[in-house]
Each structure stands twice: as C-alpha cells, then as structure tokens.
Design a protein around this ligand. Structure first.
Ligand SMILES: Nc1ncnc2c1ncn2[C@@H]1O[C@H](COP(=O)(O)OP(=O)(O)OP(=O)(O)O)[C@@H](O)[C@H]1O
Ligand SMILES: [Mg+2]
Length: 270
C-alpha cells in the first residue's frame, strides 16, 4: 500500500492549508480504541487504555502529557514499531491488520519518518551516511538518493557537517541530522518524540520552524510529542494524555484558521 498523495501537492510544492482533494480523502491516521499493556515487565503496565485519535492529512498535532502517560507508546504504534493488543490502526483508511506483514517494513520506511526520543544516530556512520540509511534497501539511482540526502541536509543547515560522525556534533546538530533522516524519503507522516527536548531554546526554535515550514510547504503530516509550549503553538491541535488515555484535545489559533479554510472549501463545494 502506498499513501496516495494529493495530485496537486507533490512533496516539494507550495502549500495550501486545505484543498478540495483533502475533503475526499480519508484521514491519514486513525486509531480506534487502541490498548497496549506491557506484559514483559515484572508488573504488567497498561500504557495505553482505549486511545481514539484521528489525524487529518496535512495536520500538525502535538501530543502532550506527564512522563509515563503513554506518549512514546502511542507514537510507536502509530509508527508501526509496535502493535496494539486491542483496537485498530488505519493509514489512509486502510486497516493495517489487512496489510501484509512483510509489506510493513517497506511501508514504514517510505511513508513514515520517525525522530526518536533518543536520537538513535549510528555512531560509526557520518551525518551523510546516517541520513542515507532509509534509502539503503530501496531501489533507485544512487545519484538521485545522494541528491535527496544533500537536499535534506541543506534543509536543516547541516551540509557543512555532513562528514562528521555523531560524536563530533553538538546535541542540536545531532537532532537536525535526525530530522533530516526522517525527512529524506519525503514520508507522508513524520512522527517526532520530543524533537526539541535536549536543545537550547534557539536551536529548538529552529527545529520547530523547520517542521512548520515543511508542513506548510509540502503538506506532510506531523505528529509531535512535546513538553514545549512553543512546539504546541506551532501545531494545529494539542492532544493531552494522562494515564494511557487522551483526556483533552484543544485547537490552536493556527488550527482554527485551518478549520475555517476547510469549512470555506466545503461551502464552495455545495
Ligand atoms: N517496554 C516496556 N516495558 C514495560 N513497561 C514499559 C515499556 N515501555 C514503557 N513502559 C511503561 O509504560 C508507561 C508509558 O511509557 P511511555 O514511554 O509511553 O511514556 P511517555 O509518556 O512517553 O513518558 P516520557 O515523557 O517520560 O517519555 C510507563 O509507565 C512506562 O514505564
Ligand atoms: Mg516518551
């Protein structure tokens, strides 16, 4: 399964907040009654207890909540790194359970970009090689892939550090490389777990601005776990988690403008 992109919105297009095509397409991600209990630990932990979440194509959603509330567990399930014990996960309207197991790794690699809480750069590879990683097992011309890696590094202003190994980079620079790696295949959905967690406010601000810019210019969907109010403000919607459940959802000013644009498109269609 490949996620159908908007015809008028190839990865690097000029953005519109909401288009006619969006209206006809199913939500990009939908979770229905998702439960996850970790039985592996000495005492079972109910990390997710009936989560329902719908994310629109091109939406930018923040997930907030106290430590241990289930944010990373939720992101792992959305990112197809883990399976729910109960409940359903849909991508672009398709039930993931129906997607052949063997197709999932490729789907994840192509359509979902992840920025982890621990940056997970491979220490023995340079910044360039780390960003190249998602391409390793894909078909296509090497020169094209290298060009995409350069482009992703350029977006995060890391071209001049491309031959550095992770230990030769600052925390913020490593995070920018991780952002570049998550974006290199122009995935439909980017999932980020506290992308600004270890950054100073200036660098954090740059990373947020970058994600906001990509969301607006490419129509990519972002789901971002964060404790940072500035990140939340950059999103259309803020979802609050507590004890494995979503307890509140609030639309930001930006989200309200998006909804208004959506309503205007609907009115025109009538
Ligand atoms: N692999 C695991 N095995 C057992 N328990 C786990 C596992 N991973 C997470 N947990 C537990 O599940 C709960 C939710 O963890 P999760 O990592 O999703 O929280 P979080 O909201 O991301 O927290 P933080 O803000 O600290 O990153 C916690 O109580 C945690 O201890
Ligand atoms: Mg976490």
């Amino acid at each position: 399964m490949a996620i159908r992109r908007k015809k008028s919105t190839p990865p690097r297009m000029k953005g519109k907040m909401f288009t006619k095509q969006d209206e006809k397409l199913p939500p990009i991600v939908e979770l229905k009654n998702v439960h996850r209990t970790y039985e592996e630990s000495a005492v079972p932990v109910k990390a997710l207890r009936g989560v329902n979440l719908t994310v629109d194509r091109g939406e930018m959603v923040a997930i907030m909540g106290p430590s241990g509330s289930g944010k990373t567990s939720l992101l792992n399930i959305i990112g197809l790194l883990d399976n729910p014990d109960e409940g359903r996960v849909y991508y672009a309207g398709e039930d993931l359970d129906e997607l052949k197991r063997r197709k999932i790794p490729m789907f994840r690699q192509k359509e979902v970009g992840m920025i982890f809480q621990q940056k997970n750069l491979i220490p023995t590879l340079t910044a360039f090689e780390n960003v190249y990683m998602p391409f390793r097992y894909t078909r296509g011309k090497r020169s094209y892939k290298r060009q995409q890696v350069e482009e992703a590094l350029r977006l995060v202003s890391m071209v001049d550090r491309k031959d550095h190994f992770p230990k030769q980079l600052s925390g913020g620079e490593k995070q920018r490389v991780a952002v570049a790696r998550s974006l290199v295949m122009s995935p439909a959905v980017v999932l980020a777990d506290e992308p600004t967690g270890e950054l100073d406010s200036k660098t954090g601000d740059q990373v947020v601005k970058l994600m906001e810019h990509l969301n607006e210019s490419t129509g990519q969907t972002f789901i971002i776990v964060t404790h940072n109010e500035l990140v939340a403000e950059a999103c259309h919607r803020v979802v609050q988690m507590k004890d494995g459940q979503i307890i509140e959802t609030a639309t930001s000013k930006k989200g309200a403008a998006r909804s208004a644009a959506k309503a205007a498109v609907k009115r025109k269609q009538k």
